[in-house]
Design a protein around this ligand. Structure first.
Ligand code: AMP
Ligand code: GLY
Length: 420
């Protein structure tokens, strides 16, 4: 089979790496891919927002399956456009993925379906939002309704901070139309986890639990990023908690979407806060997480291609999914200055070979220039490993991190530490 993977991050490299292990996969294309994906497949340059071009390229190149990584293309309806051309796609349609690209839709949906989430109010009007926050307790969470590259959430510690966030989103429009509407939400306390589930529209199967580390600096300080590292599974997340999340959150979500003619085929990824009152949804994502996928691909035992097709063809209930009984970890090496401004084109030094099959390096913002790799993005490299225990895996990952260097390289030194 011939596969096209849309995206160019560590997530897409790891999905490609896993698919490449399938005997049925002949060739993998990445659009646009990165330095690492060019080693396992072919990088192509098409504008992924131009559905006509993506579709005709896929037809011409006899692509059997398109896997969509980033949320942006799901929100733009790329899955719908490809399906209309009879091209098989892994990833939900535009209206199914609205659960990610509109926070107000997701919130109203959760209320209607009785899915546990933070209390909230929705506003289209700055004056009304501003008078509402005068009566609230702090901290308070202000969210732009639409996609804002993971930046549209402000945890306001005071009225002034909340007011300034509202002004930036609703008046200055720093996120464009994504901030014309805002969700104002109760601040939840607890432990945050990432849940992923394969869905064929009816049946759902959970991945092991995982955790992202969103802030740039150690001890969860500094600004939010796309994600600086992951571990899976979390030692403290019990089977009972996973069953509760499946029953109270994942199943009713998929059922509720089906009821609304928004059948969800793909990966549902709710971000969850485990509170004293139980698990509550912070947000829904309609895709694989990044960097969560980098550890999941290390733990998955099945042929990924079989699972993707069993979702598309509605036979997930008959597919047994097996995960290694090991721990995995991922540490992201980022450019100096990220998540703010950073330089590209810096040469990456591989100080020594990383030996042993339990360590694998997925590329994100890298580019191959004359047989050498240079930086080409905020998050540059994902170092992953598996081990018998979390501690064991973290030791291996950090040892391998020390073999890579580029000017200004920054990474978190405390990935997974809270779970040890
Ligand atoms: P999101 O983009 O919705 O994932 O939000 C970014 C981060 O803000 C989340 O990963 C949480 O750490 C935090 N956050 C979002 N909503 C809440 C909430 N209601 N209570 C506490 N923290 C939140
Ligand atoms: N792990 C963060 C994200 O994929 O949105």
């Amino acid at each position: 089979m011939r596969i096209l993977i849309i995206g160019g991050g560590g997530r897409e490299h790891s999905i490609g790496w896993k698919l490449k292990q399938s005997k049925k996969v002949k060739k993998i294309y990445f659009s646009p891919g990165n330095g690492g994906t060019s080693l396992i497949g072919k990088n192509i340059q098409i504008d992924n927002s131009n559905h006509q071009k993506v579709g005709s390229w896929a037809k011409k190149n006899k692509i059997n399956l398109v896997v969509i990584g980033p949320d942006q293309y799901l929100a733009e309806g790329l899955a719908d456009s490809l399906q209309k051309k009879n091209i098989k796609v892994f990833g939900p349609t535009k209206i199914a993925s609205e659960i990610e690209w509109s926070k107000s839709f997701a919130k109203q949906f959760m209320i209607e379906e009785g899915i546990p989430t933070a209390k909230f109010a929705i506003f289209n009007n700055f004056e009304k939002a501003n008078s509402y926050i005068k009566k609230q307790k702090f901290p308070l969470v202000i969210k732009a309704d639409g996609l804002a590259s993971g930046k549209g959430v402000v945890i306001a510690k005071s009225f002034l901070e909340a007011e300034s966030a509202l002004k930036e989103m609703m008046k200055k429009k720093i996120y464009g139309n994504a901030g014309s509407r805002v969700v104002i939400e109760e601040y939840l306390t607890g432990k945050e986890i990432s849940i992923h589930a394969f869905s064929d529209g009816k049946t759902t199967k959970l991945f092991p639990s995982s955790q992202d580390h969103k802030r740039i600096f150690d001890s969860d300080s500094g600004p939010n990023t796309g994600g600086m590292g992951t571990i899976s599974p979390l030692p403290w997340v019990t089977k009972k908690l996973m069953l509760e999340i499946h029953k109270k959150i994942v199943k009713p979500t998929i059922k509720g979407l089906e009821k609304r003619n928004r059948k969800f085929v793909g990966v549902l990824y709710p971000g969850i806060m485990v509170t004293k009152q139980g698990p509550k949804v912070i947000e829904f994502n309609a895709r694989f997480g990044d960097p969560e996928t980098q550890v999941y691909m290390r733990l998955l035992e099945n042929d990924l291609l079989d699972i993707l097709f069993s979702c598309i063809e509605g036979r997930l209930s008959k597919t047994k999914i097996k995960w290694k009984k090991e721990s995995a970890s991922c540490v992201v090496l980022a450019s100096g200055g990220y998540p703010g401004k950073y330089k590209n084109g810096l040469s990456i030094k591989w100080i020594s070979d990383i030996k042993g099959t339990s360590v694998f390096v997925f590329h994100a913002g890298t580019k191959k220039v004359k047989n050498k790799f240079v930086t080409n993005g905020g998050r540059v490299i994902n170092v992953t490993s598996t081990g018998r225990t979390l501690k064991n895996s973290l030791n291996k990952t950090y040892k391998a991190v020390n073999t890579i260097d580029f000017k200004g390289m920054q990474f978190r030194k405390d990935i997974g530490v809270k779970s040890l």
